[in-house]
Design a protein around this ligand. Structure first.
Ligand SMILES: [Zn+2]
Length: 501
């Protein structure tokens, strides 16, 4: 297939080259436009050839509410190919934005990340996911003629763990002079509730994703995955990445999964298995809270350390897995609520994995949001449902200053409006980041493999890049990648959904 296409490309080159009167042009301009025409012709031929690939059978894509819904099915190689092909343009675009951020913050070049992917991560990735990642590269190349290879894609899949966990660990090991002040990220506000806390007594789960607007505006994929092995999955995600990665997903055996990241986590195990692989595997193969915990612990590398919020709709039980590297803890209940806003709470995890985190500073973003979750969930005990969860994700109460103001301390984060930034994550004042999208579901919906999702700030507010960059030239380096982030409507998605058109 690839060879045939390369041959087709070569023939086209000869034909187009021969048919174009480049000799008649007066120099560079004419030859440049001939070249453009040739490139465009090759691209069309490549797409046409790839679209007939039997590996694409059953796969589909449509857009709704600002989201791109993608259905992937089959064996790992085919699913990867479908992913790479159907999201080709979005992967190229997302890779450019993400890799620019990784090299900017770490002061390491891209070759460094490729090497880490090849030598450290790749050998420990299960064969199934190696095949899927290779499939992404193949599909991507078939669609766009991309030059990216599998190590680029692996490093890109690890964008939450390499720059902010591996690099600071390595800088410390190597005593790197003038090492950048890298801090693990603190993504997201979330809760999972059950029993007397919810309106129908069954599980309700909700999550908003906090990240830079640069990356967050691209975090707009709904993946409907029907793998040959394991459970059916419905999750939000990032183009080119095999795990949900901000982590909101459900599977057909009844597991409901989300998380918030542990602030000021420190540690990395170079011999462990990449987090993005374990997280994807856990959603695909775990049918219970215990199985989920087991998969996440197996090969734990400390990367992207999260407080996992889990629900099992079959039993009505919810759980919190605080997954440190040196320590971890699991809490579980059939009647309660568990919330997350980037704080650890187990004394051992706090002491051993997050030694610099101050759980008592009421003015920090994680702790102020923790107080707000407690207040808001208690106020609504017995009334919590998906409609209420949607409103909670857009909440703008700042508990530190006891006022309504969208800022870095509100459940719906707007750090671009904060003169304080979030020092715990090394987010400078007015950092263009915050809540970039939200999702919710409940046990009934999860049984039917349905979720609701809103792209953009869950409150419905828009972010506009141009006036922001004019007011904050210190973020000018993001200009090529930072785009407007317009909020879409809350939109329902379900497994096996077809486009309305
Ligand atoms: Zn908001």
């Amino acid at each position: 297939m690839n060879d045939a296409m390369r041959r087709a490309g070569a023939i086209l080159l000869v034909m187009v080259g021969g048919a174009t009167p480049w000799w008649a042009g007066s120099g560079a301009q004419a030859s440049a436009s001939a070249n453009d025409a040739m490139v465009a012709t090759i691209a069309v031929a490549r797409e046409r050839a790839a679209a007939n690939d039997p590996q694409l059978k059953g796969a589909s894509r449509f857009e709704e509410g600002g989201w791109i819904y993608v259905h992937l099915e089959g064996g790992p190689g085919a699913m990867g190919y479908q992913h790479g092909y159907l999201l080709g343009a979005e992967i190229e675009d997302g890779f450019a934005a993400v890799s620019a951020g990784m090299t900017h913050s770490t002061k390491r070049d891209w070759e460094f990340f490729r090497k880490a992917a090849k030598e450290m991560l790749w050998p420990k990735i299960d064969a199934e996911y190696q095949m899927e990642l290779e499939g992404i590269v193949e599909g991507l190349r078939a669609r766009t003629g991309s030059k990216l290879d599998v190590y680029d894609i692996v490093a890109f899949n690890a964008f939450e763990e390499l720059p902010d966990y591996y690099v600071p660990w390595l800088d410390k090991q190597q005593k790197t002079p003038n090492a950048p002040n890298l801090k693990s990220p603190g993504n997201c506000s979330a809760f999972v509730a059950t029993g007397s806390w919810t309106k129908d007594g069954q599980i309700v789960m909700a999550h908003n994703n906090w990240t830079s607007y640069k990356n967050g505006e691209r975090w707009r994929i709904v993946f409907d995955i029907a793998p040959k092995n394991g459970y059916r999955m419905l999750m939000d995600g990032f183009p080119g990445v095999i795990a949900s990665d901000d982590d909101f997903g459900i599977n057909s055996d009844g597991l409901m999964v989300t998380e918030t990241t542990i602030t000021q986590f420190e540690g990395w195990d170079p011999n462990g298995k990449a987090e993005f692989v374990r997280a994807r595997m856990a959603l695909q193969y775990a049918g219970s809270i215990d199985e989920y915990t087991e998969i996440m612990l197996d090969g734990n590398n400390g990367g992207y350390a999260n407080d996992w919020l889990l629900g099992d709709r079959k039993t009505g039980e919810i759980a919190q897995l605080e997954l440190g590297l040196k320590a971890h803890k699991l809490w579980r209940t059939k009647d309660g609520v568990l919330s997350g806003s980037n704080w650890a709470r187990d004394p051992k995890v706090l002491k051993e994995d997050t030694p610099r985190f101050d759980p008592n500073n009421k003015e920090s973003s994680p702790n102020a949001r923790r107080a707000r979750w407690e207040e808001l969930l208690k106020e609504n005990k017995g009334k919590i449902d998906v409609a209420l969860a949607e409103r909670m994700l857009g909440d703008h109460t700042d508990t530190a200053e006891k006022k309504e103001e969208a800022n870095e301390r509100t459940l719906c984060g707007h750090v671009d409006g904060s003169p304080r930034g979030i020092k715990e994550w090394d987010w400078e004042p007015y950092y263009p980041g915050g809540a970039v999208q939200g999702k919710a579901t409940d046990a009934t919906m999860a049984k039917e493999m349905r979720i609701v999702a809103r792209m953009g700030h869950p409150c419905g507010g828009d972010f506009q890049a141009k006036p922001f960059l004019a007011a904050h030239p210190e973020y000018a380096w993001q200009e090529p990648y930072l785009r407007d982030m317009k909020a879409g409507p809350w939109t329902e998605f379900r497994s096996g959904q077809a486009s309305k058109e």
